[in-house]
Write a protein that binds this ligand. Structure first.
Ligand SMILES: Cc1ncc(COP(=O)(O)O)c(C=O)c1O
Length: 416
């Protein structure tokens, strides 16, 4: 971040422009104190309310809250594993250019990630590249799932991906962790796949500190996810978890198990990905402001694009669309020989502008997957180029016009 020994002089006051921010105002404090007053910390009514509101926002029948987006991914993949009897080693076609959680969750449930390249402007895997891959494979039976990612908020072409999945007998999980409220063909990201996930990590548009969610229209998957995230217990409904009685669905178990307690009777092997009331309560305060958050981020993207347009020969500026709920302001250096990402990021950081790399190409650039490096060498040219030359700065709702002008000034000083 901010370096004390800055050799690159800029003659104006330094600011700190963060990639994300979270302001704790009256509503947020009230939400947290309500949880404390209620005396219930682990998931309960606030979580149930958040689930109801998120399902309504995304327009799906069900939402299941989890402790993180990674937990949501692992839970969703495990639910598909159970429901469709997918064996270990099942191949999952996914994006190489994303946060590591997609690949690591696939590996965690003993599936195998298979990477296809991304679109250079919207950063997602494309229907064409998915189909090309499937056409060429000699082992179609080993494939089970397609897992596209709406990176930075850019929607993937989920209608076409669903069609390909149908043609080849595959299931679709959409990772909309970074696309809170992005719209594709009139529908919210996450509403069109069989099952989708979100993350409400602090840097995302709807923030809860740490929390995730799964959405689906399928009642069997909903039930499985509720169980899997709670160690596979027979029922995770509020009646059972509060031990105020047996929910009517469980009478069949009551006869089978003498001294029956639904909280300690486990039907499946699962995990603990339950959330806390604090997270749901905070998430809820942000969800109430979602329209404003999306609009302000779009306004910031438009403003920066307009002001930085003169650098478009050097920098690939983000595509603008009113349909995108932007996570950040992504940039890709077009001519790394003229200016390197390292140099530009260092200069921005020296001037108080936080940056993050655009995640990196998982099989060739992430050490955890170095065992795949040779297999994917020179096969994912867009993901590798963006992984090497892409980065982002903030576009969040707390940036003022003065902040935006400061960003423009710093770019001007560095690039002019
Ligand atoms: C695309 C994507 N998928 C999954 C995750 C995992 O979410 P979490 O950090 O909440 O576990 C993230 C987190 O940033 C993400 O960006």
């Amino acid at each position: 971040m901010h370096s004390q020994k800055c050799s690159y002089k800029i003659n104006f006051m330094k600011k700190i422009i963060t990639v994300g921010d979270f302001k704790i105002g009256k509503e947020e404090k009230k939400a947290i104190s309500e949880v404390l007053v209620s005396g219930r910390l682990s998931e309960g009514l606030k979580t149930a309310e958040f689930e109801r509101m998120w399902a309504e926002f995304i327009e799906t029948r069900y939402c299941i809250a989890t402790s993180s987006g990674s937990g949501a991914l692992i839970t969703a993949l495990t639910a598909l594993k159970y429901l469709y009897n997918l064996p270990s080693g099942t191949k999952v076609i996914t994006s190489p250019l994303t946060y590591i959680a997609d690949a690591s969750s696939i590996s965690a449930v003993s599936f195998e990630p298979v990477f296809v390249d991304v679109d250079p402007l919207t950063f997602g895997i494309t229907p064409e590249l998915i189909e090309n891959h499937l056409k060429k494979t000699k082992d179609i039976k080993s494939y089970g799932i397609i897992l596209p990612v709406d990176l930075i908020g850019y929607p993937v072409q989920i209608d076409k991906i669903n069609k390909i999945a149908k043609k080849y007998g595959l299931l679709v999980v959409e990772d909309a962790a970074q696309a809170h409220g992005s719209v594709y063909q009139g529908k919210k990201c996450g509403s069109q796949a069989l099952i989708s996930i979100f993350s409400f990590y602090i840097a995302h548009n709807i923030q809860a500190g740490e929390m995730g969610a799964i959405v689906t229209n399928n009642p069997l998957l909903m039930k499985l996810c509720k169980q899997i995230k709670a160690q596979g217990r027979v029922c995770n409904c509020l009646v059972c978890t509060r031990a105020k009685g047996y929910c009517p669905n469980l009478l069949k178990f009551k006869d089978k198990i003498g001294d029956f307690d639904p909280r300690f009777t486990h039907e499946l092997i699962g995990y603990n990905f339950k959330t806390m009331e604090f997270q749901a309560a905070l998430g809820f305060t942000q969800l109430k402001k979602v329209k404003e958050i999306i609009k302000k981020r779009q306004r910031n993207i438009r403003y920066l694009n307009q002001k930085l347009n003169k650098y478009k020969d050097i920098l690939q500026l983000p595509l603008y669309s009113e349909k995108v709920s932007y996570l950040s302001y992504p940039l890709v250096i077009k001519k790394p020989k003229v200016i390197s990402r390292k140099f530009l990021r260092e200069k921005l950081e020296e001037n108080g502008i936080e940056t993050r790399p655009l995640f990196g190409c998982i099989p060739t650039q992430q050490p955890a997957y170095s065992f795949l490096k040779n297999q994917y060498r020179n096969k994912l040219s867009n993901a590798e180029f963006i992984g090497t030359n892409g980065f982002y700065i903030g576009c969040h709702q707390y940036l003022s016009l003065t902040d935006l002008n400061y960003i423009v000034k710093v770019f001007k000083k560095i690039l002019d």
